[in-house]
Design a protein around this ligand. Structure first.
Ligand code: DLL
Length: 433
């Protein structure tokens, strides 16, 4: 039996959804015009006023927002309400420069948590479930979002956060957790550790997992489902728009339903900005329609996917997006952490190396690996193993401090990394996604 958190809206007719979007978009644009000078200026530059936006059909007239805008307006430039009305911030996992900081009023948090509650119920959750939230808590949106959603459904919530894997397994078994929320790579690791401890799927009560924040393949889904003896559901979201729950999978596991009463999705050609027809692959763009603190109009996610409004067997009517195929930019997501090659470069150069390096990302036993190969400069070149190991460790520590992530570092001889005549290929991503 399909379960819904808010059936009237999740299964509303397309006409009703459009009517809601039309009305809310008009108000959202006015809100932004009146309260976010940064975006108002963009509208003025395009010669657009709120009067030009009469329904969602006029969305295409509005200027885009990008991550560069968020950086430029950092930290308060896109906030749409007085700070006294904001109750929380969340932030992306990037650790340098101007990270994305999103703001929330209490109403924003309530709506976000409702989106997560929809995802939990779509995965079969009810108030009889015990939901273990093993996403990170803190600035990352994964833990707080699913925690709030779990409360709204009425599940007994176990806020373990990520890490301490043996304890995760102990809680799953002792407290009889039925739903697990974490990144897919962590779910795979929990499964692997369980096996090592001699437990199989029949030893744990889990029935469903809600996994997202990073790309994962159908093969990985299959592995996780078998190892943990569960049904594994995908969930998508981004800090800028609230966090997890922008879209989520239902029992059909055939794309993620976008919460269209809160977000209007478009697919554009990333090069021209032209809106593409349904079913065409392109960059996903979102417009929030009822956010107070951090309203975003036509925000370019840089995630590549397609949309479909074909009927779904679950009864939900909201548009579905495919799993993001990749990103238009060079940001890598490693074990759920956002990593920019430029951050790695900064560490290397700060330690006296030249920009002759290669980043090799792979997935071994369902866990992402990050291998940084960097050339010693001729001045530092040595074959003294002890010295090389000391230097490698310095870089491992430097990368850990910059990225919050353990990388493997291999120092290689000068001139051993192929030079490029055009754009350098610095990243080799061997993950099959
Ligand atoms: O990852 C929010 C989240 C938390 C989603 C927990 C799901 C579960 P950010 O750290 O801002 O927010 O990263 C957002 O992660 O633009 C995608 O590129 C990627 N991403 C998120 N979910 C998925 C997914 C959270 N299910 C960026 N599949 C997004 C593939 C995903 N990529």
């Amino acid at each position: 039996m399909e379960r819904y958190f808010q059936e009237d809206i999740e299964c509303a007719s397309r006409e009703k959804i459009k009517a809601i979007q039309d009305e809310r978009l008009v108000n959202q644009v006015r809100h932004v015009w009146e309260n976010v000078p940064y975006y108002r200026k963009k509208m003025e530059e395009k010669g657009i006023t709120p009067e030009d936006i009469k329904s969602s059909d006029d969305l295409y007239k509005l200027p885009f927002l990008s991550k560069a805008d968020l950086r430029e307006a950092y930290p308060y430039g896109l906030v749409g309400v007085p700070l006294k009305d904001c109750v929380r911030i969340q932030s992306t996992s990037g650790t340098t420069g101007k990270r994305v900081v999103a703001f929330y009023t209490q109403k924003d948090i309530d709506l976000w948590e409702e989106c997560c509650a929809r995802a939990i119920m779509a995965a079969g959750g009810t108030n009889e479930d015990v939901c273990q939230v093993s996403y990170g808590y803190g600035l990352f949106t994964g833990g707080p979002g699913l925690n709030g959603g779990s409360h709204k459904v009425g599940c007994l919530t176990i806020p373990t956060s990520s890490g301490n894997t043996d304890r995760q397994i102990m809680f799953i078994m002792d407290l009889q957790a039925t739903i697990l929320c974490c990144t897919p790579s962590y779910a795979a690791y929990i499964g692997e550790r369980m096996k090592e401890l001699g437990y199989g799927p029949d030893d744990i009560p889990l029935k469903a997992g809600i996994f997202g924040a990073e790309a994962w393949s159908e093969e990985m889904r299959c592995d996780i489902e078998n190892t943990l003896g569960i049904k594994a559901y995908d969930i998508y979201g981004l800090t800028e728009l609230s966090g997890p729950g922008v879209s989520f999978e239902c029992s059909a596991q055939a794309g993620m339903h976008i919460n269209e009463d809160h977000f209007i999705a478009e697919i554009i050609d990333p090069d021209t900005g032209e809106v593409l027809p349904e079913g065409t692959q392109g960059e996903l763009v979102f417009t929030s329609v009822d956010k107070e603190a951090f309203p975003l109009i036509r925000y370019r996610t840089r995630d590549i996917c397609t949309l479909t409004r074909e009927k779904c067997s679950c009864g939900r009517t909201h548009v579905r997006m495919t799993k993001p195929k990749g990103r238009t930019d060079d940001m890598l997501i490693i074990r759920g952490v956002n990593v920019f090659p430029s951050q790695i470069e900064t560490v290397l150069l700060n330690h006296g190396y030249a920009a002759n390096y290669q980043i090799i990302v792979d997935r071994v036993n369902n866990t992402d690996t990050l291998d940084v190969q960097v050339e010693m400069t001729p001045e530092m070149f040595t074959d003294n193993i002890g010295e090389i190991e000391t230097r490698q460790k310095e870089l491992v520590d430097g990368l850990k401090a910059m990225l919050g992530l353990k990388a493997k570092v291999s120092l290689v001889a000068p001139k051993s990394i192929t030079r490029s005549e055009g754009k350098a290929v610095r990243v080799i991503d061997k993950r099959k996604i």
